[in-house]
Design a binder for this molecule. Structure first.
Ligand SMILES: NC(=O)c1ccc[n+]([C@@H]2O[C@H](COP(=O)([O-])OP(=O)(O)OC[C@H]3O[C@@H](n4cnc5c(N)ncnc54)[C@H](OP(=O)(O)O)[C@@H]3O)[C@@H](O)[C@H]2O)c1
Length: 390
């Protein structure tokens, strides 16, 4: 039986992972499931999958979790430290599906115990790419992509020589506002930004898709994961979300990965890798689809892409600033304190401020430095938002 843990089990990726594992329960020994505020969901899944341990990120919810697990024999724990300790429990395969930079410490810990880390949490590589790859190498742990674009690229590269890769083309649906006039974006609401045309995902990543901050994070993730130069990475808007990404080779060939927009494909590929097994996803019918559309992104509409290109060139801790600035600006947008377009402005201000203290960006890429930088960038964003309000 394979020992597996799922971090972020109560979220969109976590629930899709549980759906796949729950279809073949005798194949898996579930070590730990973690969640945040959805205690009842966490306890229900922990009971169903007979997990050893359930952890909530919220220390003040430990009592609720214990009550929900009463009589099951399943251990309960709470808090960020408990999450990291759960990741240190031996497992063969660990799903990293916490949202945000909170996913980094448990992800690193899982790599340290040599687990295969299925990485949905793109923030891990954006904040600390070199550190994460070095930790995986040192502990002989495998890192597998779960983002659909990176899974697509990973699959297109099977058996290929990286020397023959000319470019990687990451597709983007364009999000909720792809057909809106640019002049209307400033007044876009949280509700409007929270509805994705093709994918059913958590609220934060859905809003990040509308602003293309999600694609911006994925550009940085691509550079880190596949070790290519920023100039080799392109973004292509593809409204149907059928071609998940493409790899162009030096002989002119382009390999595209296609499939229905269902995250259980990328999750299942990482779960079954290096094999392929049957997955309960819709089969593609191109004749029924009729046409697939593609166009270049409009960088005036999506300033996050320009900021990501700066971060890829700058390196160091600029990814941690970019991500934390984005996470905090998103909090303020969700709290209706700032407008949709202000998010990119505010992240750029944080990057500029970090640049003025370049020793900060160029500090060694350690977990402590990433966490401190993350904290600082959030504080800067709060200050900028307070100044704008005042
Ligand atoms: N959804 C997708 O289709 C998709 C596709 C590609 C990549 N991703 C990436 O996968 C990750 C998860 O996305 P998602 O859409 O599944 O997010 P989600 O639905 O919002 O779920 C996030 C999970 O993280 C937990 N969580 C929230 N804050 C936390 C914290 N501070 N510490 C520990 N746990 C915390 C949540 O718990 P509660 O819900 O119980 O509060 C939940 O289990 C993100 O990095 C996202 O970019 C998602």
């Amino acid at each position: 039986m394979r020992k597996v843990s799922i971090f972020g089990a109560t979220g969109s990726i976590g629930q899709n992972t549980i759906d796949l594992i729950g279809r073949d329960p005798s194949a898996y020994d579930v070590v730990a499931l973690t969640g945040g505020a959805k205690i009842e969901q966490l306890a229900k899944d922990a009971r169903r999958l007979n997990a050893d341990l359930a952890v909530t990120a919220h220390e003040d919810r430990l009592g609720d979790l214990r009550d929900a697990l009463a009589g099951s024999g399943i251990e309960a724990a709470a808090g960020q430290q408990a999450l990291t300790e759960a990741a240190a429990r031996p497992a063969d395969w660990v799903m990293s599906a916490i949202v945000g930079s909170a996913g980094l410490p448990p992800g690193l810990e899982a790599l340290k115990q040599g687990a295969t880390l299925a990485l949905a949490n793109k923030e891990t590589l954006v904040c600390a790419g070199a550190l994460v790859l070095e930790t995986a190498r040192k502990h002989d742990a495998k890192l597998l992509p779960v983002d659909s674009e990176h899974s697509a690229v990973f699959q297109a590269l099977v058996g290929e020589d990286m020397q023959a890769v000319e470019r990687i083309i990451i597709t983007a649906s364009g999000g909720a506002f792809r057909d809106w006039p640019l002049s209307d974006l400033a007044s876009a609401t949280v509700e409007q930004a929270s509805s994705h045309p093709n994918w059913n995902m958590g609220q934060r990543i859905t809003i990040d898709s509308a602003s293309m901050f999600n694609k911006a994070l994925e550009l940085i993730e691509t550079k880190e994961f596949f070790g290519v130069a920023p100039s080799q990475i392109e973004v292509l808007v593809h409204p149907e979300s059928i071609v998940h990404s493409l790899v162009g080779f030096t002989d002119g060939a382009v390999m595209a990965h296609m499939g229905a927009p269902d995250m259980r494909h990328a999750i299942g590929y990482a779960l079954n890798w290096p094999d392929r097994r049957d997955l309960p996803v819709d089969r593609l019918n191109l004749a029924k689809l009729g046409q697939l559309r593609f166009h270049d992104p409009d960088e005036a509409r999506y300033p996050a892409l320009r900021l990501a290109r700066h971060v890829m060139e700058r390196g160091g801790l600029s990814g941690a600033i970019f991500n934390a600035g984005k996470e905090r600006a998103l909090d303020h947008f969700i709290d209706r304190k700032i407008g949709f377009l202000e998010m990119a402005d505010i992240v750029e201000t944080a990057l500029d401020r970090a640049e003025a203290e370049s020793s900060l960006i160029d500090a060694p890429l350690t977990l402590d430095n990433v966490l401190q930088t993350d904290h600082l960038a959030r504080k800067w964003v709060d200050e900028t938002v307070a100044q704008r309000a005042g």
